[in-house]
Design a protein around this ligand. Structure first.
Ligand code: HDD
Length: 697
């Protein structure tokens, strides 16, 4: 094009861009569209015309909007943030992102459930995925873990069998988001290596209160490698700053209907509110010479290293501080891969990990439609990328020049990073390997019950109760008596009492106990020892009606909000209620849109007229009763105690002297509202009162 013509074109483009309509609707080709509500037709009532390119393009694009959902972990929620080490780990690894205290590495984290499809509920009993992509200066590192430190199987070749068994059954696609069905328990009962993981799955860990209150685990034993090639075994742990908290099963089931997006919403809202969730990354380090010091195999992903044996050393923190802008582009298209490692982090021969290293790349090819998914914005490394990979579906890069190696025509680029290695170059750990080709599992993988027993022995009384109830629920949904019996028989190798209680719930005889079950415990496994501190972001419902003592609300709210809690006033209708003194009290939520299960604690202020209204309202009565029966802290002021009576709660427990030890606080005017609110807050920090009489499990 001659310069004058080019000039004219540029000016035209400039005018076009500057025009007020520059954000007008266009076609994919950039042509402005005058109307997207009416297809082109021959006459007002005539047939639609094929030549309407805008109509065809719009519908065609829509027709292709869906991509295959993940085979597992289909439902998830993600967020961006950063990771920063507390100190340099150069002594153990040459990973650049762990080399210096305070060096920030951007991250994207996706939390997920495993069994259900994309549209399933958040609060089902399930493992939660906890996958982190570190965008390091030396390339992307993915730590693709779960909220439980072990797995169902020891060898990845069993993964398709396991997933087929746990997913919806093939004939009727039931159940959605649940493991309580025949094929899952059939598989597990025949595969005793799953027993340890089943203990975790039947525990409260499988129903987290929030993604923000979940631990995360890398599960496998990985390897740190130093610049001079020295290896150290490593297990990764994420520990939430807010403590580890769970729902109770009855509550989880109600939430699945009341707010199927409960965990997703919680993550989103807390980040929007500037309450950035934070986890501490910890490592358990085992020198290579100590590989065989344990009574289990470090390569067996159905085993933990008890923290009492090898302490978890905190090495840094991760903060999530930005929500995605577009769920599909970011949370759905993010592609994790266990083999995305950086210099300084390497694999072990864990047969589960080795299989995963094949599976994740393979699955992204079909899910994201070809080999160029690492060019999608959420997957793109911040490190420079140079290679000779070319073409393929969805190619976004216009590669100039040569596309082969070695070349001279392209100046020899991209060149080898250097056979001698050097900083920032990935070199596989030079592990010596020597063996016969065999399909055999090592003897050292054969003990399937000791650590299941360790888990059981480590639980508090109420945690054990929940586990028994969960087994009864799940196996109670299993139609095959044979499967039930086989499973209960396996549990006898974990603990005779557990097996007998589960059997009793199922109407089966107790199996013969195993005299050799271990008695060791690991206190670090109990949630009772993982409470965290304070009440930041805990949600407290205040039940109000016309006549509520607004002064009490203000005083209590001030105290609770100052400690970081979220306090919401609920009444029968949106708008406001009239306080006892005639003042307006704003309503944050209409009660019919909420439920006690969506809060951590409930407060009922005084005010005779208001309490009469609430006590006559079945929704308010249920609100209080449910909160009590789910073990949540309750505070009632003045006449508010009437609501406890209306809810038919045991009066000697809720109004007796020991009520505070059960997390129930009645402000009868002898103590100030502020003092009662402080005691209430201390109770909320304990999360639940699982030893309260009359609880629903
Ligand atoms: Fe997996 C997804 C975690 C064993 C094959 N897995 C997936 C995700 C997480 C895990 C968190 C979701 C990532 C995301 O948010 O996109 N998986 C685990 C853990 C395992 C495990 C902690 C055991 C320690 N997985 C495992 C095995 C295989 C797979 C043994 C296959 C042999 N996993 C997959 C997959 C998925 C996946 C089919 C589905 C979608 C995806 O990868 O991207 O490839």
């Amino acid at each position: 094009m001659d310069p004058a013509a080019q000039d004219a074109k540029d000016q035209q483009l400039e005018r076009f861009r500057a025009a007020p309509a520059h954000n007008a609707l266009t076609t994919d080709q950039g042509v402005r569209v005058d109307d997207t509500d009416n297809a082109l037709r021959a006459g007002r009532r005539g047939p639609t015309l094929l030549e309407d390119f805008h109509n065809r393009e719009k519908i065609t694009h829509f027709d292709h909007e869906r991509i295959p959902e993940r085979v597992v972990h289909a439902r998830g929620a993600g967020a961006y943030g950063y990771f920063e080490p507390y100190q340099s780990l150069s002594e153990y690894t040459c990973a650049d992102f762990l080399a210096e205290a305070g060096r920030r590495t951007p991250v994207f984290v996706r939390f997920s459930t495993v069994q259900g499809p994309r549209g399933s509920a958040d609060t089902v009993r399930d493992v939660r995925g906890f996958a982190t992509k570190f965008y390091t200066r030396e390339g992307n590192y993915d730590l693709v873990g779960n909220n439980m430190p072990v797995f169902f199987i020891q060898d990845a070749i069993k993964f398709p069998d396991f997933v087929h068994a746990v997913k919806m059954e093939p004939h009727n696609e039931i159940p959605t988001g649940a493991s309580a069905h025949d094929t899952f328990w059939d598989f597990c009962s025949l595969q005793p290596e799953s027993t340890h993981m089943l203990m975790w799955l039947m525990s409260d860990r499988a129903i987290p209160r929030s993604y923000r209150t979940m631990q995360g685990f890398g599960v496998h034993t990985f390897r740190f490698v130093t610049a001079d090639g020295r290896g150290t075994f490593v297990k990764f742990h994420w520990k939430p700053k807010l403590g580890v908290h769970s729902l109770v099963w009855d509550e989880a089931q109600i939430i699945a209907g009341r707010d199927p997006d409960f965990n997703r919403r919680d993550l989103w809202e807390s980040i929007e509110a500037g309450e950035y969730p934070e986890w501490e990354l910890g490592v358990q380090l085992v020198p290579e010479e100590n590989e065989f010091d344990f009574d289990f195999d470090l390569l067996d992903a159905t085993k933990i290293i008890p923290e009492e044996q090898v302490p978890v050393r905190p090495i840094g923190r991760m903060v999530l501080n930005r929500n995605p802008q577009n769920f599909f582009a970011e949370t759905e298209q993010v592609a994790f891969h266990t083999a995305n490692v950086v210099p300084g982090i390497d694999f072990t021969n864990d047969p589960l990990l080795q299989g995963r290293n094949f599976s994740y790349l393979d699955t992204q090819l079909i899910r994201l439609g070809g080999p160029n998914f690492s060019q999608l914005p959420v997957n793109r490394p911040v490190a420079d990328v140079h290679h000779n990979h070319r073409d393929g579906f969805g190619q976004q890069v216009i590669h100039p020049g040569t596309n082969y190696f070695p070349n001279s025509l392209g100046g020899g680029c991209p060149a080898h990073a250097g056979s001698g290695g050097g900083p920032g170059v990935f070199r596989h750990y030079a592990e010596r390997v020597d063996g016969e080709k065999i399909r055999v599992r090592s003897e050292s993988f054969q003990d399937h019950y000791s650590q299941a027993a360790l888990f059981w022995n480590s639980m508090a009384d109420w945690e054990k109760r929940h586990i028994v109830e969960a087994f009864r629920f799940e196996l109670g949904k299993v139609m095959s008596v044979e499967v039930r019996e086989r499973m209960v028989g396996n549990l006898a190798h974990v603990n005779g009492g557990l097996a007998a209680l589960v059997a009793d719930g199922l109407g089966l005889p107790a199996p013969a106990p195993d005299a050799n079950v271990p008695t060791a415990a690991s206190p670090a496994l109990s949630q009772e020892n993982l409470m965290g501190e304070g009440i930041r972001t805990r949600k407290i419902a205040v039940l109000a009606a016309d006549g509520t003592d607004a002064g009490q609300v203000a005083a209590a709210r001030g105290r609770l909000v100052a400690q970081g809690a979220v306090v919401e006033v609920l009444a029968a209708r949106d708008g406001s209620v009239q306080g006892a003194g005639g003042e307006a009290l704003d309503v944050d939520r209409a009660m019919p849109t909420m439920a006690s299960v969506l809060y951590d604690a409930v407060l009922v202020p005084g005010g005779a007229q208001a309490v009469s209204v609430l006590a006559a309202d079945p929704a308010a009565v249920r609100f209080v009763e449910e909160a009590y029966r789910h073990g949540k802290p309750l505070a009632v002021f003045g006449e508010g105690t009437r609501l406890l009576t209306a809810a038919r709660l045991p009066e000697d427990v809720v109004l007796g002297e020991s009520a505070p030890s059960y997390g129930v606080f009645a402000g009868d005017g002898t103590a100030s509202v502020e003092d009662v609110a402080d005691a209430f807050a201390a109770a909320i920090a304990l999360h639940r009162f699982p030893r309260r009489p009359g609880l629903l499990n």
